[in-house]
Design a protein around this ligand. Structure first.
Ligand code: IDP
Ligand code: MG
Length: 156
């Protein structure tokens, strides 16, 4: 099954939403394959947000992402990359639809509480960036037969 990467940003940690946000993924029927707290470094942020390096607001994003540790998660499910992006909502929290994580927990572009991988390709790169192989677990959810039909369960 597909895996994707999430980061609960310092805005989620400081505002006490770690549990609320992780619950969204559990409630949906996604499997948590890995979860940990870590302090981001200059180097990892330069790599992770390479597409924004030239932006004038990049130093602000970097400071924001280093303000506290983050929670990194690897989330698995059928079409997990797209499903998690949908649950996350659009970048600007003020425009994000109610019911999405950003729509429910954010009023900001920068302080938008969560990162989620935007493609299958970037999910693979980002999972490898934030997790070692031994930090990911392949246990089976006991509820699996009640989350997917048998034909869906066979898909990857
Ligand atoms: P995404 O997180 O929805 O994928 P990206 O464009 O990849 O959005 O930007 C990464 C992060 O950089 C955003 O989540 C947001 O925190 C921050 N960011 C993006 N654009 C701006 C901006 O115009 N001002 C301030 N922060 C921004
Ligand atoms: Mg992005």
């Amino acid at each position: 099954m597909e895996k994707t990467l999430i980061l609960l940003k310092p805005s989620a940690i400081q505002r006490g939403h770690i549990g609320h946000i992780i619950s969204r993924f559990e409630n949906k029927g996604l499997r948590i394959a890995g979860l940990k707290m870590m302090q981001l470094t200059d180097e990892i942020i330069d790599e992770h947000y390479a597409h924004l390096l030239d932006k004038p607001f990049f130093p602000r994003i970097k400071a924001s992402m280093m303000a506290t540790p983050v929670i990194a998660g690897c989330i698995e499910g059928l079409d997990a990359v797209a499903v998690v992006r949908t649950l996350t909502g659009v970048t600007n929290g003020r425009n994000a639809a109610p019911g999405t994580i950003r729509g429910d927990f954010s009023m900001s572009v920068q302080e938008n509480v969560i990162h989620a991988s935007d493609s299958i390709e970037s999910a693979k790169t980002e999972i490898n960036r934030f997790f070692k192989a031994e930090e990911l677990f392949e246990y089976k959810l006991a509820s699996f037969p009640f989350i997917y039909s048998t034909d869906e369960a066979k898909q990857d």
